[in-house]
Design a protein around this ligand. Structure first.
Ligand code: C2E
Ligand code: CA
Ligand code: CA
Length: 772
C-alpha cells in the first residue's frame, strides 16, 4: 500500500477483512472466557468433590481468602477467621511454619517447580490436624513479580496416624523379637492404641490363679491399678474381671450403671473412667491369660475401628504374655531348687555376681554365710534318702523363718546352703548365723526317729574378705572349715578376730540378763568438786560389771548391749535405786548436801513411763528431787521433739538435768534454749586439748561464758592435771571432775575423800593459785 492511494474497492476489502478479524477475535475471546469459567467451575467442583480446602493469597497485601472447607477442616465456621496471612500463621505449628514459608519462597523464586508441604495445624478444639498444602497457580505482574498464589489444603491426619501406627507396630514386633521385658512391651502396646484413639486409655491385666494382676497401663492412675491388682476375677468385677471369667468380650457402655461394675466402680469413677471394653487375651491354645481393656472418659460403645483394634490389641498382647510366661517357667525351673523351693546354685551365682557389682558401686557391705549340715551323710545312710530329703526341707523352712525377707537364701546342693545378708547394723551377719545355729539345732522327727540336726557356718564379708564372688566364696568356705574344727554347731568368720569379737558380744548379751540377779553389777562414784571452795559437793555414779569369766567388762560394751536387748530400763532402774540408797547411806554417815549424778541413755527420754520410774525411786529412797542429777548426752537435744515432753516432766518433778559430753555433738546454744537444763558438762576431749591448742582453749572459754550467760552451771570433766585446773579456774568454771582428784571409786572410798588427808589434798589443789 504505502503512499499509493487506495481505491474504494480496496478500502472496502480492507474493512471487510478487519471486520471478519474482529469477529474472529470476539468469537475467540468469548470461547476463552467460556472455557475459563468452565475450568473454574470444574476446579471448584473438583475441590468440593475432593473435600480440599482452598486458599488464595494476595502476595502484595497478604490478604488470603480461606474457603469454607479450609476453615471447617480446622473446626471453624465460614464466618469465622480473618482473611489475613496472620490467621494461617497463628494456626500452624510453630515448628512447621518456617519450613512452609521457605518452601513458598523457593517456589516463587523459581528454585523449585512445585510447592508442596506437610504441616501440623491446630484445630479449634485444640487437637492437631495434619495438612498437606499444595500451590497450583501463580499470577505474575508484567515485570514477572508474583502477585497471587492459590493452593489447596488436604486433611492427611488419618494417613499420618496410620503411618505412625504402622511404625509403632513394627517397633513392637522388634521388641518382641529381641526379647524386651514384657512390661515394657505392654506399655508400648497401650501407648500405640492410645495415640490412635485420642482420649482412650488402655490396660492389660494378667490372670494368675483366677487373680487379676497388673500387666501394663501407662496412663491409668496408680491407685486404680493398685486397687485392682490381686482381685479375684468374677462376673461382677468390672469388664476385665468379667471377660477373664467368662472368656468372652465384655463391652460396658456405662461403668456407672452397669451391674458388672457395681463392686468396683468406686475405684474407676473418681478418675473419670466412664466406659470400658475388655477382650480376653489368649495363648496359642486358646487359654485365657488375661484381658485387654480400653477406657474412655465418656459412656460409649466401640465403633467398628475401635472394636477391630480391641481384638488386634488382645491378640498382640497374647503373643507377648505367652512368651513371657514360658520364659518365667524356664527361669523358675533353672533358678529354683526343686526339693526345698529355695534359690538354686545357678540363681545364687547370678545373684552374687549382680550384688557384688551393685554393692561395689555403692560402697556397701554384705555378709556371706556358708552353711553345712554336720553329719548329714549319716542321716542319709542310716535312714535313707527320703529321710534326708525331709530333713533338708525342714532345714530350708527354718532358714526362711530365721532370715529377713531381703536376705537371699540358696541351696547350693547336697547339704550346703548359702545366705547373702546385707549388713544393716554392726555384726548383723553374726546374729543371723547364731539364730540359724539355734533354729537348725531344734530336734526334728523324721519317720518317727528323733534327730537333732547341727550345722557349721562360715562367714565372709564383701568386700573385706573378697571383692570377687569366687574369692569371697572361697573365704566363706575356709571359715566353714575353721568352724568345723571348733566342733559342731559353730560359726566362724574368715578373720578370726571377728569370731572372737562376736563370741564376746554374745557372751555379754547372754550373761547380762542375769548380771543384776547374780549381783555382778556394782557402782563406783567419781567426786565432783567445787573449784572455788575445793569441797566435794557431789558424785557421778558409774556402772561396773565384773563377769566371772570375762572379768571387768567396760561400760561402753555392756550399756550398748543392754540397749540392744531391751534391758536398758531394768539396768537404769537398778543404777538409780543403788545410787539413791547410797546417797541416803552417806547422809546417815553425816555427809550432808551431796548430790548424785546418774547417766541416762537417750532412748529412755522417749519413754513417758520413765518420769514415773524416777519419781517412784526418789520417793522410795526418801531423797529430795534436787539431790538427783540426770546426765544425758547432747544428741537428745535435737533428735526427737518428743524428748522435750519428758524433759519438761522431769524438770517439773524437780530433778536436775545436765548435758553430758557437751561440745561433741551438734547441739547449739540455740537448740538448748528450749530445754530447762541445769548444767553443761564440757567433754574431756576439750579439756585434754585445751593446753596444747589455742583454738580449743578459746572454745572452752566461750562455752563457759555463753553457758553461764544463759544460766547454766558448767562442769568440766576429765581434769587430769594441775595446769588444766588452773586454766578452768581462770575461766571461772564452777565444777570439776577427773583423775586429778579421784578416779571413780567405791562408796567407802568416797567417804574417805570427804574427810581426812585426801580431803585436805583436794582442798589444797584447788587453792594452789592462792598459795602461789
Ligand atoms: P561418761 O558419762 O562420759 O563418764 C565419764 C567417763 O570418763 C567414765 O568412764 C570415767 O571413769 C572417765 N573419766 C573420768 N575422769 C577421767 C579422767 O580424768 N581421765 C580419764 N582418762 N577418764 C576419766 P567409764 O566409767 O568407763 O564410763 C564410760 C561411759 O559409760 C560413761 O561416760 C557413760 O557414758 C557410760 N556409763 C557408765 N555408767 C553408766 C550407767 O550407769 N548408765 C549409762 N547410761 N551409761 C553409763
Ligand atoms: Ca556422764
Ligand atoms: Ca561425759
Amino acid at each position: 500500500m504505502g503512499n499509493t492511494k487506495r481505491t474504494k474497492s480496496q478500502l472496502l476489502e480492507e474493512m471487510q477483512q478487519l471486520r471478519s478479524e474482529l469477529t474472529a477475535i470476539k468469537l475467540m475471546t468469548e470461547k476463552q472466557t467460556h472455557e475459563l469459567s468452565v475450568s473454574e467451575e470444574r476446579f471448584s467442583l473438583a475441590m468440593r468433590g475432593a473435600n480440599d480446602g482452598l486458599w488464595d493469597w494476595n502476595l502484595e497485601t497478604d490478604e488470603v481468602y480461606y474457603s469454607p472447607r479450609w476453615k471447617s477442616m480446622l473446626g471453624y465456621a465460614e464466618s469465622e477467621l480473618e482473611n489475613k496471612l496472620s490467621t494461617w500463621a497463628s494456626l500452624v505449628h510453630p515448628d512447621d511454619k518456617e519450613i512452609a514459608l521457605e518452601k513458598v519462597r523457593d517456589y516463587l523464586d523459581g528454585r523449585k517447580d512445585s510447592f508442596e508441604v506437610e504441616m501440623r495445624m491446630r484445630h479449634k478444639d485444640g487437637h492437631e490436624v495434619f495438612v498437606l498444602s499444595r500451590a497450583f497457580l501463580v499470577t505474575r505482574g508484567s515485570d514477572g513479580k508474583p502477585l497471587r498464589l492459590v493452593g489447596t489444603h488436604v486433611d492427611i491426619t488419618e494417613r499420618k496416624k496410620t503411618e505412625a501406627y504402622d511404625g509403632k507396630q513394627a517397633e513392637i514386633l522388634a521388641m518382641i523379637a529381641i526379647g524386651r521385658p514384657a512390661p515394657e512391651i505392654y506399655d508400648a502396646i497401650a501407648l500405640m492404641y492410645e495415640a490412635r484413639h485420642p482420649g482412650m486409655r488402655c490396660a492389660m491385666l494378667e490372670l494368675n490363679d483366677n487373680k487379676l494382676l497388673h500387666g501394663g497401663s501407662p496412663n491409668l492412675p496408680k491407685e486404680y491399678c493398685d486397687a485392682l491388682h490381686g482381685m479375684e476375677n468374677g462376673p461382677s468385677v468390672g469388664s476385665c474381671g468379667a471377660s477373664t471369667y467368662t472368656g468372652q468380650r465384655v463391652l460396658v457402655e456405662n461403668i456407672d450403671t452397669d451391674p458388672k461394675w457395681a463392686k468396683i466402680k468406686h475405684f474407676a469413677l473418681p478418675h473419670g473412667m466412664r466406659c470400658c471394653w475388655s477382650e480376653p487375651i489368649r495363648n496359642s491354645e486358646g487359654k485365657v491369660l488375661g484381658a485387654f481393656s480400653m477406657y474412655y472418659n465418656h459412656p460409649a460403645l466401640p465403633n467398628e475401628r475401635e472394636l477391630k483394634d480391641l481384638i488386634a490389641a488382645a491378640r498382640l498382647t497374647g503373643i507377648v504374655m505367652e512368651r513371657d510366661q514360658a520364659q518365667k517357667r524356664i527361669w523358675t525351673l533353672a533358678y529354683t531348687d526343686e526339693l526345698t523351693g529355695l534359690a538354686s546354685r545357678a540363681a545364687f551365682i547370678q545373684h552374687i555376681e549382680e550384688i557384688t557389682k551393685a554393692y561395689c558401686r555403692h560402697n556397701r557391705r554384705f555378709g556371706l554365710l556358708y552353711i553345712d549340715l554336720d553329719d548329714f551323710k549319716r542321716v542319709n545312710d542310716s535312714l535313707g534318702h527320703d529321710a534326708g530329703d525331709l530333713l533338708l526341707k525342714t532345714i530350708a523352712q527354718r532358714l526362711i523363718t530365721t532370715c529377713r525377707e531381703s536376705d537371699f537364701i540358696a541351696r547350693l546342693g547336697g547339704d550346703e546352703f548359702c545366705i547373702l545378708i546385707e549388713e544393716m547394723e554392726e555384726e548383723y551377719a553374726a546374729h543371723v548365723a547364731k539364730r540359724c545355729l539355734e533354729a537348725i539345732s531344734q530336734p526334728i522327727e523324721v519317720y518317727s526317729r528323733k534327730i537333732t540336726p547341727a550345722c557349721s557356718i562360715g562367714i565372709a564379708y564383701f568386700p573385706d574378705d573378697g571383692e570377687d564372688p569366687s574369692i569371697l566364696l572361697k573365704a566363706a568356705d575356709i571359715s566353714l572349715y575353721s568352724a568345723k574344727e571348733n566342733g559342731k554347731n559353730h560359726y566362724a568368720f574368715y578373720r578370726a578376730e571377728l569370731t572372737q569379737k562376736a563370741e564376746y558380744r554374745f557372751q555379754i548379751e547372754q550373761s547380762l540378763r542375769e548380771a543384776i540377779e547374780n549381783q555382778e553389777l556394782s557402782l563406783v562414784y567419781q567426786p565432783q568438786i567445787n573449784i572455788e571452795t575445793g569441797e566435794i559437793f557431789g558424785a557421778e555414779a558409774l556402772s561396773r560389771w565384773f563377769h566371772p569369766q570375762l572379768g571387768q567388762v567396760p561400760p561402753g560394751d555392756f550399756i550398748a548391749t543392754a540397749e540392744r536387748i531391751g534391758m536398758n530400763k531394768t539396768l537404769t532402774e537398778w543404777v538409780l535405786q543403788t545410787a539413791c540408797s547410797q546417797l541416803v547411806a552417806w547422809k546417815k554417815q553425816g555427809f550432808k548436801a551431796l548430790r548424785m549424778a546418774v547417766n541416762i541413755s537417750p532412748s529412755l527420754f522417749l519413754d513417758q513411763e520413765f518420769v514415773r520410774l524416777v519419781k517412784r525411786i526418789i520417793d522410795e529412797a526418801g531423797i529430795a528431787p534436787a539431790e538427783l542429777e540426770l546426765e544425758v548426752t547432747e544428741g537428745i537435744v535435737q533428735t526427737d521433739p518428743r524428748n522435750l515432753i519428758v524433759f519438761q516432766d522431769l524438770k517439773d518433778l524437780g530433778v536436775l538435768l545436765s548435758i553430758d559430753d557437751f561440745g561433741t555433738g551438734y547441739s547449739s546454744f540455740a537448740s538448748l534454749k528450749h530445754l530447762m537444763v541445769d548444767y553443761l558438762k564440757i567433754d574431756k576431749y576439750f579439756i585434754d586439748d585445751m593446753l596444747s591448742d589455742e583454738k580449743t582453749l578459746t572454745l572452752v572459754g566461750s562455752m563457759v561464758k555463753m553457758g553461764q550467760k544463759l544460766g547454766y552451771g558448767i562442769i568440766a570433766e576429765g581434769v587430769e592435771t594441775q595446769a588444766q585446773l588452773k586454766i578452768l579456774k581462770d575461766l571461772n568454771c564452777e565444777i570439776v571432775q577427773g583423775y586429778l582428784f579421784s578416779k571413780p571409786v567405791d562408796a567407802d572410798s568416797i567417804s574417805g575423800l570427804l574427810t581426812g588427808e585426801a580431803h585436805k589434798k583436794i582442798l589444797h589443789q584447788c587453792r594452789l593459785d592462792k598459795i602461789a
